[in-house]
Design a protein around this ligand. Sequence first.
Ligand SMILES: [Fe+2]
Length: 198
Amino acid sequence: MGAGVVESDFEFVQLLPVVPYLITRKLIQMTGEKMSVGTLEELLIDELKDLYSAEKQIIRALPKIIKAVSSPELQEGLSNHLEETKGQVSRLEKMGEILSKKMTGKTCVGMKGVLEEGSEVLEDTEKGIVRDAALISACQRVEHYEMAGYGSARDFAKLLGQNEVAALLEETLAEEKNADKTLTAASKQINAQAKQEG
Ligand SMILES: [Fe+2]
């Protein structure tokens, strides 16, 4: 009987990567929303809406994370990135104006999951340097997720001849890469300190 339990757990773990897809599909079925992405242009709009939702979620989540960290440098870095993120939202709104499309109406399910993992860190750790190390890791997941999204969207925009949109996406991509580098730099000292305290 014990072996049976282990086997069913294993199958569930294997299903985890497709859970966001299954949830999205279920939501589409429930709301009766039709599939609307058939061209590269529609795909670009869809990606931009996804990024818009992701940035809005980050703006809601970051203040709590900033409050939870101990390192003043990390706190400052994250505060700067919060301000930067507000500019990224404006940039996406500008892209919506250029393309005459609304940026609202989509939820980035992936970012929701990544941020939920960040919240777990706050439950699993106490305030201190180990928490800081864990939050850097969580924030870098956010940055990498965004970098993938912005890089793809920029390429779509370039291919479609939407050069102004591509340039705006490139600007944000550079900011995300820079934020990631700042986090890596902060992690060097914080991780070493976390090791000493452990
Ligand atoms: Fe961002």
